[in-house]
Design a protein around this ligand. Structure first.
Ligand SMILES: [Zn+2]
Length: 253
């Protein structure tokens, strides 16, 4: 019995040490999942052209008007799903490409979808296609990304290819349009946005048959639904954004 006391003491001491040095377990798995689900990106919808820049026109249609119409429809669909939505323009205003990209680059967690309609020299080209950037580049004259690009361990930026795939698949399913595929192209707004960014071409307005479809509001609603569906499908595959201590504190975790 005499030897029992030191053992008891050690056990108590060990227990105390465990209590003192046990690391803070941090947020539970449930909290992390909850946080991931709630970390919806801001969806920046960019209606192509506007103001003095009409974009393509034909068969009584003007691209800048159609792109704004579809953008407003996408916003209406996404809002009830708690996606914060920002439009680069809400009316017939000219917005330079640099400003469109800058709107997205001011946000921490965003996806960018530019909406356009196509034009070809012939009258038979048809179908939908979605573009993404081959690689991201910093905005002209900006040094804000220099540190990021110089970091040897910086993860590569998501160039939007996956988002393009989800949107394109949904577009083809919902519209039955010809699938022109997803394509990597050096377009300004997809290259100069830090976030995943795509540019959707919703059909050829100089093709009389496709123009007839596009002029129909129900068809444009299908285009908008497909874009929203593609964004939502993409969001489900997205890894949780890195939570900085201040973000966790704000989230009460
Ligand atoms: Zn365009």
């Amino acid at each position: 019995m005499k030897n029992a006391m030191p053992c008891v003491g050690l056990v108590v001491l060990a227990g105390c040490l465990t209590f003192i040095v046990a690391p803070d377990e941090g947020p539970s798995t449930e909290a992390k999942i909850e946080s991931a689900l709630n970390s919806f990106p801001t969806v920046v919808i960019d209606p192509g052209h506007g103001g003095k820049d009409e974009g393509a026109s034909g068969n009584g249609l003007v691209e800048k008007t159609l792109s704004l119409d579809v953008a407003l429809r996408v916003e209406k669909i996404l809002k009830p799903f708690n996606f914060p939505v920002v439009l680069t323009r809400r009316d017939d205003t000219f917005i330079p490409l640099e400003e469109r990209a800058a709107i997205a680059n001011r946000l921490d967690n965003a996806v960018f979808v530019s909406i356009h309609f196509n034009h070809a020299k012939d009258r038979v080209s048809t179908g939908v296609e979605t573009f993404y950037a081959p690689a991201k580049v910093p905005p002209d004259g900006s040094w804000t990304w220099v540190g990021f690009f110089n970091k040897p361990d910086a993860p590569p930026l998501d160039n939007g290819e996956t988002l393009a795939g989800f949107i394109q698949a949904a577009l083809v399913l919902r519209t039955d349009a010809v699938n022109r595929g997803i394509k990597s192209r050096e377009l300004y707004v997809v290259r100069h946005t830090r976030c995943p960014a795509v540019l959707v071409e919703g059909g050829f307005i100089n093709n009389p048959l496709e123009a007839a479809l596009i002029s129909n509001g129900e068809y444009r609603q299908r285009l908008a639904s497909a874009i929203a569906e593609g964004i939502m499908s993409y969001q489900k595959t997205r890894p949780q954004p890195i939570q900085t201590p201040s973000k966790l504190a704000r989230a009460g975790l």
